[in-house]
Design a protein around this ligand. Structure first.
Ligand code: FES
Length: 129
């Protein structure tokens, strides 16, 4: 029922764990199932001084699909400008994983919303300093 890529990211999640001194932290809950996820981002700048996601980590209290989609999102977002990373849609994450079963599509919401929340937190922190 899961693609090999989903199983790979579930069994060997990339960028999983806490990040010390993160520039932004987003915590979200999935309204469908109540699962929780946290995304940490470290923001740097590219050669044109545009803010980029220099590093990203996640912690998920959720199902296998939530872990796999979070892991894939961190790989897709790392190195991208913040604006590019925010454009990564939940269907795109599922597609990169070789698809998700229909009943598990909602699980990719967590990763997507977690990144948005982490960026909002980063922007708020930046405005305070
Ligand atoms: Fe909750 Fe998948 S069942 S995120």
């Amino acid at each position: 029922m899961y693609s090999e890529k989903v199983l790979d990211h579930f069994h060997h999640p990339r960028n999983q764990g806490k990040m010390k001194a993160a520039d932004g932290i987003g915590q979200v809950g999935n309204p469908v199932c109540g699962d929780i996820m946290k995304i940490y981002i470290k923001v740097g700048q590219n050669a044109d001084s545009v803010p980029i996601i220099e590093d990203i980590k996640f912690e998920t209290l959720g199902c296998g699909a939530a872990i796999a989609t979070s892991s894939m999102l961190t790989e897709m977002a790392k190195g991208k400008t913040i604006d590019e990373a925010l454009k990564i849609g939940k269907l795109e994450i599922a597609q990169e994983l070789g698809g998700l079963p229909e009943a598990k599509l909602h699980c990719s919401i967590l990763a997507h919303d977690g990144l948005k929340a982490a960026v909002a937190d980063y922007r708020q922190n930046k405005n305070k300093s």
